[in-house]
Design a protein. Structure first.
Length: 163
């Protein structure tokens, strides 16, 4: 297994976990906040999608994914307090966009060589993610960082353990 295989496996695992946690949640459930000071799940999903697209493009890959008009703004740090469901997508829309961006990430990764992964990452991120490979690790694990917030919400909603 080489680095690209590991990154692909991590992308797949992260996606599987996120999908398992979301599979029985409703659109209304996505507007709930897992705890005080947490962002609701709809915002988090948009953040994950927007971030993956941005990171992919930051390492020089063309994602080829066009997000709906205003999507980035609706999922920005400035919008974290917005609880109006009309400003957010349905669960299916988020899942479709997530899949498109994830497919673009996997396609971009496929084109890279091992040497490409060792190239410097974006300058503004280099202190934490010094190489292109490190940025792909972030992309592959970012949804897992947020998945932990879904568990307390699932418990509060009386949802079963899925993993």
């Amino acid at each position: 297994m080489n680095a690209k295989d590991v990154l692909n496996a991590t992308l797949d695992t992260s996606s599987m976990v996120l999908n398992k946690y979301l599979e029985d949640l409703s659109d209304a459930d996505l507007m709930k906040r897992p705890g005080e000071g947490c962002n609701h799940i709809a915002w988090q999903l948009g953040h994950l999608i927007n971030s993956e697209k941005h990171l992919l493009e930051a390492v020089g890959a063309d994602s080829g994914v066009e997000l709906p008009a205003g999507f980035a703004e609706k999922h920005s740090k400035e919008s974290v307090g917005d609880d109006d469901p009309a400003h957010f997508c349905s669960k299916q829309e988020y899942l479709d966009l997530f899949d498109k961006v994830h497919a673009a990430t996997k396609a971009a990764l496929e084109k890279l060589t091992e040497a490409d992964l060792e190239q410097p990452g974006p300058e503004y991120f280099r202190s934490m993610f010094p190489t292109v490979g490190n940025v792909y690790v972030l992309i592959a694990t970012h949804s897992m960082m947020h998945a932990g917030q879904l568990v307390p919400l699932r418990r509060a909603l009386g949802k079963p353990v899925v993993i």
